[in-house]
Design a protein around this ligand. Structure first.
Ligand code: ARG
Ligand code: ZN
Length: 863
């Protein structure tokens, strides 16, 4: 049942209007759907009507008010076929019955912590009623929701509220919602429950007043303020930055505790994983605040990039996701530090997308086929998809890019669009041929870009030769932001007519450009701001990298230089003496710059992760050796920088009684303070443990408390166990905080961690039915703890494989996601690689796998 892009055909029927009547009940919810259908002029005349279904329990069916003859229809839980539907408009009434409490897949209509909610993307609506559940069928929805008044005093739907009241003679009530904007079924949502709310009015640039509300578990309202504030900022920003205004009278955000993904952009009713809504200084870290801001904005921005302009089919997923990630990244960059945010984006891209693209699950940003679409909500579609949009802006310039965006929205408003429609808007706005650029969407894998420089002292020229390669792909259009750096900084006198606004666009497999007027041998600063998602290969030596770290005007490449040096030190590629020189360079940097930009300094100090080193090595990986090399470098830096790090910690100390603020500058000071503690403890565990223990006690924020606990968690001993126990007890009633505690313990790089994880699985707060718990304790483990996941005895692989199998019958989407953690198994040395493969084969051989898990398992071992 593979679906292929080239087999796309328009639907034979359309559904113009949908009237739903949903009577909520915890075990037996009734749904009556009245669908106004008609043949699609673009479809095949006289075709049968095939409605999608998934575990549907059909109660009644009528066509234009009449019961159908048994021969006219075939209905099963997974679909309904009308063999000879009318060739004129007609009305189907479908009544179905479902059990929200038994819905552990969390797709369709389910109950989470006593709250009724829905998740319909990608194909959950067909679990509620039979439907043309495809994104190119757009309908106007009216939804009546009815529920017990005590159980669900709050009833929310898409669009605007039109009517509400009691159901006479019962303890039930109802609300009717109407959404005037035609939408595909995946954007449908409803919520019913006991919910507290915070709200504020927003006035759009068109003068429309919108009631914005965030709904959370009653008693948690104080933790919803930041999400509300972020929503209002996102609304204002989208008007300023993209000219996009909101288009309904209300905008509702609801937090639920059981959710498969981060959040969902249902029209006018965004439903969130509560992890990305709830925040307080006591319970949320600075990273949590940043994620909340980004995801709130992401879902809000979908109102235009996704909802007003939706996707023709699921192959176009990046059309809404890549674009919306780009938009939320821009928002966060404007709200915070652009340079720091760019580094964070690239760290995620390299840690998640590059490995995905280098392994068996690699796929084009626009896939050409899928067995299970829910397995394609990937780093490639989202993150690489965003990089493509970013490159487009780099190529066209900000103004032309903005004109192209305006055109895209204007020409596709109310339509289900394609990547071609997107690119056409920019081709028209710029007058440029973007056919070559379109190749970025079509080819899997990370291109390699190798660069060689040659200085001619006599001619005072510097030539750069670029070569790109991506097996199976033609030459891509690669925007390369660059400049030349000398021992004192940028060489501004050097010029090159092929570099415009600091950008050279490589369009051929190889090309050479020449700078004139170069007075001394320069160091090239390449791919500034990470202007393209490629693997850059240069012959830069350690001294060159030290020059860039010290003098590059581009902050991203300064950070990149530090990362490159650390990687070379950890992989044994560095030249003799580099370790000391690197330590001196960092010392100089801390002395002169750390206090001016602590967030940036914290990034400069942060060593590449063990996964980054593994990706750099690329084959025959032994995680124990990587771990040892990284620990060695941490110890060295902690010792070399110790005095400075202690001084910084003192200089950055929170003044007593200072109030909490989650802003980027305050967060940056906390980040540097804690990065310093981490290195100090690496060099001197005894003092470090004492200092960490003291910080856990005195901390006034979760950021400081958790960072100290993380430092202490790496130092075996009674103090660690005591601190872990105390933390667990202190937050026993705070599941989102316990998630941090679960994840931190799963990351301990010691043999005892498997037993720890096994014990925590019996903790009263742990549950295999809650995705956040599973992700915290088990899902985080393979990435955060490579030595224990890839243990040479195979026990780490077995633990994750067992969890996948246990989870699959409960929630196949989460099980499949967990299984993707085996995606880099081919990098491992043969012994570990064989054990990983055996775990995958064991899963594959299990009967009754979900399509989700079977798909990932099959692709993981293929090729
Ligand atoms: N569209 C959502 C987002 O904002 C993701 C929801 C995907 N859900 C799923 N079950 N595949 O990114
Ligand atoms: Zn999205």
């Amino acid at each position: 049942q593979t679906v292929r892009l080239e087999e796309y055909r328009p639907s034979d029927h359309l559904i113009d209007r949908v009237e739903l009547d949903v009577r909520l009940d915890d075990r037996e919810t009734r749904v009556s759907a009245v669908l106004a259908l008609r043949p699609n002029p673009a479809g095949e005349a006289g075709a049968a009507l095939r409605l999608d279904g998934d575990e549907i329990d059909l109660v009644a069916l009528e066509l234009d008010g009449a019961v159908l003859a048994p021969d006219d229809v075939t209905a099963s839980p997974s679909g309904l076929v009308l063999h000879a539907p009318p060739s004129r408009p007609f009305v189907l009434r479908i009544e179905t019955r479902l059990d929200p409490s038994a819905n552990t897949k969390l797709m369709g209509l389910y109950r989470s912590g006593g709250v009724y909610c829905t998740q319909c993307e990608a194909d959950g609506f067909r679990r509620i009623t039979y439907f043309l559940d495809r994104p190119d069928v757009l309908s106007v929805y009216t939804t009546r929701i009815e529920a017990d008044r005590d159980e669900a005093p709050v009833l929310l739907g898409n669009g605007n509220p039109v009517e509400a009241g009691p159901v006479p003679g019962t303890n039930r009530h109802f609300a009717v919602w109407h959404d005037p904007h035609p939408k595909p079924a995946y954007l449908f949502a409803l919520v019913g429950g006991r919910l507290g709310r915070v709200s504020a009015p927003f006035t759009t640039m068109e003068g429309r007043t919108v009631e914005v509300a965030v709904h959370v578990e009653p008693g948690r309202e104080a933790r919803a303020g930041y999400a509300l504030d972020a929503t209002l900022r996102a609304m204002a920003w989208d008007e300023r930055a993209f000219g996009r205004a909101y288009d309904l009278d209300v905008f509702n955000v609801v937090a639920v505790s059981d959710f498969n993904m981060g959040a969902m952009e249902n029209k006018g009713l965004n439903i969130f994983n509560d992890k990305y809504v709830l925040a307080s200084a006591e319970t949320a870290t600075d990273a949590d605040y940043a994620n909340i801001e980004a995801i709130i904005a992401h879902e809000y921005f979908h109102n235009w990039s996704g909802n007003r302009v939706t996707c023709r089919d699921w192959f176009q997923l990046c059309l809404k996701e890549g674009l919306t990630v780009f938009r939320d990244q821009e928002f966060s960059s404007d709200m915070r530090s652009r340079a720091v945010h760019r580094i964070a984006e690239v760290r995620t891209l390299r840690a998640r997308q590059f490995p995905e693209d280098a392994g068996p699950l690699s796929h084009p940003v626009r896939p050409r086929q899928y067995a299970e679409i829910n397995n394609f909500y990937t780093a490639t579609v989202y993150e690489k998809g965003a990089e493509i949009v970013r490159m487009l802006r780099t190529l066209l310039g900000a103004d032309t890019f903005a004109a192209g965006m305006d055109r895209y929205f204007a020409e596709n408003d109310g339509r289900a669009a394609t990547v071609e429609d997107f690119l056409a808007a920019f081709a028209q706005a710029s007058g440029r041929d973007l056919a070559g650029f379109a190749q970025w969407y079509e080819h899997p894998g990370t291109p390699r870009l190798s660069v060689e420089g040659r200085y001619d002292a006599q001619a005072r020229t510097y030539a750069l030769t670029f070569r790109q390669s991506l097996p199976g792909a033609p030459a891509l259009m690669i925007p390369i932001a660059l400049g030349l750096v000398g021992p004192q900084g940028a060489l501004d006198g050097a010029t090159c007519d092929r570099v415009r606004d600091g950008i050279f666009v490589l369009e051929m497999a190889s090309d050479t450009i020449t700078f004139e007027n170069v007075e001394a041998p320069p160091v090239p600063s390449l791919l500034r701001g990470f202007s393209a998602p490629v693997r850059l290969e240069t012959a830069l030596g350690d001294v060159d990298r030290l020059t860039l770290l010290a003098h590059d005007p581009d902050p991203f490449n300064r950070w990149q230089a530090a990362q490159g040096l650390a990687l070379r030190l950890m992989t044994g590629a560095a030249e003799p003496g580099t370790r000391e020189a690197y330590g001196r360079a960092l010392a100089g940097f801390l002395d002169t710059e750390a206090l001016a930009d602590p967030a940036f300094a914290a990034l400069i100090l942060a060593l590449p992760g063990e996964g980054d080193v593994a990706n750099e090595i690329g084959e025959g990986v032994d995680p124990d050796r990587i771990h040892a090399a990284r620990e060695d470098l941490r110890r060295h830096l902690g010792a070399a920088l110790g005095v400075r790090l202690s001084a910084l910690r003192a200089a950055l100390a929170e003044p007593p009684g200072a109030g909490f603020s989650p802003d980027a500058a305050s967060a940056g000071r906390r980040a540097l303070r804690n990065a310093a503690l981490d290195l100090l403890a690496a060099a001197d565990p005894e003092t470090g443990a004492a200092e960490a223990a003291a910080q856990i006690e005195s901390a006034s924020t979760m950021t400081d408390r958790l960072a100290a606990l993380a430092v202490l968690s790496l130092i075996p001993g009674a103090a660690r166990e005591q601190a872990l126990d105390a933390f667990g007890a202190r937050y026993a009633d705070e599941p989102l905080v316990l998630d941090k505690w679960f994840a931190l313990q799963a990351a301990i790089p010691e043999a005892g961690t498997l037993a720890r994880i096994a014990a925590l699985r019996t903790h009263p707060a742990f549950s295999m039915t809650n995705p956040n718990r599973v992700r915290a304790l088990i899902g985080s483990f393979p990435l955060s703890n490579p030595t224990q996941f890839a243990r040479p005895d195979g026990a780490g692989f077995a633990l994750v494989a067992d969890a996948v199998l246990a989870l699959d019958p409960i929630n196949p989407q989460i099980a499949a996601k967990l299984l993707t953690s085996f995606g880099s198994w081919r990098l491992l040395e043969p012994g570990r690689g064989r054990l990983a493969r055996e775990a995958l084969e064991r899963i594959r051989a299990t009967p009754t796998l979900s399509r989700d898990v079977a798909d990932i398992a099959a692709r993981s071992v293929a090729g």
